[in-house]
Design a protein around this ligand. Structure first.
Ligand SMILES: NC(=O)c1ccc[n+]([C@@H]2O[C@H](COP(=O)([O-])OP(=O)(O)OC[C@H]3O[C@@H](n4cnc5c(N)ncnc54)[C@H](OP(=O)(O)O)[C@@H]3O)[C@@H](O)[C@H]2O)c1
Length: 322
């Protein structure tokens, strides 16, 4: 099989296309003929060598969609459509950047769809993250106001659509004024240009603050996001686009407003159900959701795709088809 393998930690050029042996199937695992996979920011960190415990060479890819090739447990039939996400995939065992991958049964999600593989590939991890952050962590409700910090990211774009469909009012942020219209077209009610501090701009729109904040930039902007909260509001930190994992100073009684709430979302396959994924795929198929796929690459272009993501050129999801 052909695989894009990260030979060592480093820049995108450490990713090489190689001929490899198809993994040998074993009980409890499913051999998948990979048709497509989404690219994820965390894969960029892993490639740089910033994911603890990951050893190289490694076939990366924390998700994929494709057909079942072989399942010794007979849970799934050959040719059945499946997705696989997380659970150590592409980090502690070889992942989706290949024509075949071997994934444990507990991270497999069967589905049925007539959508193109290039569309299906965008869905599993993006949907799991957005749905988990909004519904399980932030517990969003109709009528609330939601600030999405890092609005042009693929997670931010889908979050806006799902929040709008649930009846929330959305403020989305970007650092780049050229992306303002894309956020508007995606459904944002307000767009704020983020130069690092936006609490005053948000309070100009909502003087009492917002009910919920989806924080995708991370520790760099977290304190400022907490200052955007209305009484009893909640911030969920789901992303670290700002590239800083640790905060130098944090004073809980001071940085978190009184009665304000702070949570994080670190989604896993267990946060997703087969039914939820199928329902979402059906929504996409019926045209109710626009996935904002920015660009589709071929398997032998994974290094270019990583560079594209690293350069922040995308206004949505990047997908690779095999
Ligand atoms: N917790 C979880 O379970 C989970 C799962 C998946 C993803 N995530 C996280 O969610 C976040 C979004 O992921 P994604 O794949 O959707 O990202 P993405 O599409 O690659 O995001 C790209 C956008 O990020 C913004 N950005 C990049 N570098 C930035 C910086 N230094 N400071 C501020 N903004 C920056 C840029 O927006 P502008 O140029 O428009 O400002 C860019 O358009 C990531 O941090 C990812 O790790 C978390």
């Amino acid at each position: 099989m052909k695989a894009a393998i990260s030979t060592k930690a480093g820049n995108p050029d450490v990713i090489e296309i190689k001929e490899m042996t198809i993994p040998k199937v074993k009980l409890g695992w499913v051999l998948i003929r990979v048709k497509a996979f989404g690219l994820n920011r965390s894969e960029l960190f892993t490639r740089r060598g910033d994911s603890p415990g990951v050893e190289f060479p490694r076939i990366q890819g924390i998700e994929c969609v494709g057909f079942v090739e072989e399942d010794p447990s007979d849970t799934y039939k050959k040719g059945q459509q499946v997705a696989a996400i997380m659970g150590g995939m592409g980090r502690f065992f070889d992942g989706g950047y290949a024509e075949f991958t071997l994934a444990p049964l507990d991270i497999i999600f069967p589905f049925k769809s007539n959508l193109a593989w290039g569309v299906l590939g965008a869905i599993p991890e993006m949907f799991q993250t957005v749905s988990g952050s909004l519904n399980q962590a932030l517990e969003i409700e109709k009528g609330e106001t939601l600030l999405i910090r890092g609005g042009t990211s693929s997670i931010g774009m889908l979050s806006c659509q799902l929040a709008k469909s649930k009846g929330l009012t959305v403020i989305s942020t970007t650092r780049n004024p050229d992306k303002k219209q894309a956020l508007r077209d995606n459904g944002a009610d307000h767009v704020v240009i983020d130069k690092g501090s936006i609490q005053e701009l948000v309070k100009q729109i909502y003087p009492k603050g917002v009910n919920k904040v989806l924080e995708l930039i991370g520790t760099r902007t977290l304190k400022d996001s907490l200052k955007c909260l209305a009484p009893r509001g909640m911030v969920c930190m789901t992303g670290i686009l700002g590239n800083e994992w640790t905060m130098k100073e944090f004073t809980p009684m001071g940085d978190i407003p009184s009665l304000g709430r702070l949570t994080v979302y670190m989604g896993e396959s267990k946060n997703l159900s087969k039914e939820l994924l199928q329902d979402f795929i059906d929504e996409v198929e019926s045209g109710n959701i626009n996935l904002n796929i920015d660009k589709t690459f071929q398997l032998n272009e994974v290094a270019e795709a990583h560079q594209y993501m690293e350069d922040n050129r995308a206004k949505g999801k990047l997908v690779v088809i095999t």
